[in-house]
Design a protein around this ligand. Structure first.
Ligand code: FBP
Length: 281
């Protein structure tokens, strides 16, 4: 029912496709790095209103910012509570602190929780065990889980974080963990794991659409809902072209943070409308 609330909401309601606004970058990258390009976005109310004005499927954020508008905007946009976060001040191995709970999500009327794992990191087993426990509780209480599956550390090279074999592996692990929605980065050409070349020799990967198609294959042959992140600031036409390929490859949608809230409001809504139109076909 909560997944349906998301899939029936906004401009993509009923199409089976989705676009989510995620705003946890203030925590992950720092406030000025995130919001200086468009200072209005320091205000959590602005972010709620952006998701509403653009007719997006859902808005995802950490506890403090969701609490700032959950009453004012009650019922206007499905909410996802991002329950864990990394920060850019720490120099430890890639890790996230769990800062919110399933009960917080219920209290705020959210449809689900969001959780990041860093497969590869020395802390990945603890993160995955935390996710398993929270997923069990979320499902028992009727909430969905959105898993940000971002390989990082361990055998994964810095450049390899977005290599095709690594992204497909990340999506597959999230599927096996029972994620309702899987979030990965758009895959690039090439493999990163030493012994992956052989397995990939017949997998087409020249175009982004082909690479997306393989990620969808790794997600139980298209049976799981997989969405792709927008990444750092990009030219609008380049982002729309990237999303056209994601759609052509069978991706279910996008999570677009910086490329929306770092633009001035009317420009952001215009770009998000173009993205929605791509997914509407
Ligand atoms: P963007 O569209 O801004 O890339 O947001 C997606 C996201 O997953 C955010 O939720 C998160 O803060 C950020 O990217 C993390 O990216 P990274 O770990 O690469 O810094």
């Amino acid at each position: 029912t909560n997944l349906a609330r998301l899939l029936m909401h906004g401009k993509l309601g009923g199409t089976g496709k989705l676009v989510i606004l995620p705003v946890d970058q203030g925590y992950e990258h720092g406030p000025a790095r995130s919001f200086a390009p468009n200072p209005a976005a320091y205000d959590p109310h602005y972010l709620y209103q952006l998701a509403i004005d653009a007719g997006l499927s859902a808005y995802a954020a950490p506890l403090g910012s969701l609490e700032q508008g959950a009453d004012t905007f009650a019922g206007e946009v499905p909410l996802i509570l991002k329950v864990n976060s990394a920060n850019s001040l720490s120099d430890s191995v890639p890790d996230q602190a769990v800062l919110g709970s399933v009960d917080d999500a219920l209290r705020l009327g959210c449809i689900g929780i969001g959780f990041t794992i860093y497969p590869g990191s020395d802390n990945c087993f603890t993160m995955q065990e935390d996710l398993a426990e929270l997923t069990r509780e979320a499902k028992a209480k009727g909430l969905m889980t959105v898993v940000w599956s971002y390989p990082r550390g361990g055998k994964v090279s810095k450049k390899g974080e977005t290599a095709l074999d690594i992204v497909a592996y990340a999506a597959h692990m999230a599927a096996l963990m029972g994620a309702t929605i899987i979030k990965v980065k758009p895959p690039e050409k090439g493999v990163d794991l030493k012994d992956a070349e052989k397995s990939y020799k017949d997998i087409k990967q020249d175009t982004l659409a082909e690479r997306i198609s393989h990620v969808m294959q790794a997600s139980f042959n298209n049976k799981r809902v997989v969405v792709f992140s927008g990444g750092g600031a990009k030219d609008a036409d380049a982002l729309v072209e990237e999303i056209t390929q994601i759609n052509a490859g069978g991706g279910f949608g996008s999570i677009v943070g910086r490329n929306s809230f770092q633009r001035e409001k009317s420009e952001a809504v215009a770009l998000l409308n173009r993205i929605v139109d791509v997914y509407k076909g």
